[in-house]
Design a protein around this ligand. Structure first.
Ligand SMILES: [Zn+2]
Length: 299
């Protein structure tokens, strides 16, 4: 019998195990001064609007149909085990679907007690380190990228590094505008150009879009759909609220908030105190019984 060798496209990255340990905790002093010199101006305005998202739409979770992806997987493969295995490898990982309230819901028997981690405004000063720490913690996440962070060679390398660590790369627009304040042509360029640039670097177009400030418009929704992406806001986040812009307070509120629930979509940013709070957040959520959805498992 002929055996067909499948070359798996799944590359297991065991990278970063040593790095994260060495660097964590030792670089506070050096990083502080480097920070705030570049590119933070776009983030300043985010709080008010993004905060709207904290309290929005918490009720209607299960409206979207969850059955499509799971049933598609096993249809065409009778009598051909190799091909089926191949399909399973690519599609069986679809275990969650994104809901209209920005939560994720399990498909079939996937565990419901999960959360999705997302990191916006990357890769700024801490994106790669955040990816290394999350990788060490075995916590998947989506990094929502802005175009202005990937114009330099360094920025491109950082994006590649985050991607190589296994993280999902999302589109957060070229320049972080409020999409409701710019022309249709500009909206299109903000979204499509970033997809092009990201694809040029990592070889893959983003599947997920997050509007700056969570402010989508008819035009942005049209472009997102035309690009074959899904749009998501979030269900809670605190690292843009002054009282939580500090490692310990942030680590605590992200775990203790009453907004924590099954399928919650957690918003964080490329920030130093958020980087430092990641272990407490990951461990705290696990202690509460939550696991982390791999964005690759999203329909
Ligand atoms: Zn943002």
């Amino acid at each position: 019998m002929k055996k067909i060798m499948m070359i798996s496209s799944v590359v297991l990255l065991a990278v970063g195990c040593s790095n994260a340990e060495n660097e964590q905790g030792s670089n506070e002093a050096t990083e502080v001064n480097q920070n705030n010199t570049t590119s933070n101006n776009t983030n300043v305005n985010e709080p008010q609007n993004e905060e709207e998202g904290v309290h929005n739409e918490q009720n209607d979770v299960d409206e979207v149909d969850n059955d499509t992806a799971a049933s598609e997987t096993n249809v065409e493969n009778e009598g051909n085990e190799v091909e089926m295995e191949d399909q399973v490898e690519e599609e069986a990982e679809t275990r969650y679907s994104l809901q209209t309230d920005h939560t994720v819901a399990p498909i079939d028997d996937a565990p419901a007690e999960v959360v999705l981690l997302t990191i916006d405004d990357a890769p700024d000063n801490y994106g790669v380190e955040m990816a290394e720490v999350l990788s060490e913690l075995e916590v998947p996440a989506i990094f929502f990228v802005n175009g202005h962070f990937i114009q330099s060679d360094e920025g491109k390398q950082e994006l590649q590094a985050i991607y190589d660590l296994g993280f999902e790369i999302g589109n957060h627009t070229m320049s972080h505008p409020n999409l409701r304040d710019i022309s249709d042509e500009q909206v299109e360029e903000e979204i499509v150009q970033l997809n092009n640039e990201i694809e040029d670097i990592i070889g893959e177009r983003p599947r997920f879009f997050r509007a700056p400030f969570g402010a989508n418009s008819d035009k942005s929704e049209e472009v997102v759909e035309a690009e074959g992406m899904q749009s998501m806001n979030w269900t809670y986040g605190y690292d843009f609220t002054p009282e939580y812009m500090e490692t310990e307070a942030l680590g605590e509120i992200m775990v203790e908030t009453e907004l924590l629930r099954n399928g919650a979509n957690l918003l964080m940013h490329d920030r130093e105190f958020t980087l430092e709070a990641l272990p407490a957040i990951a461990e705290g959520l696990r202690e509460k019984g939550y696991e982390f959805v791999d964005p690759k498992e999203l329909e």
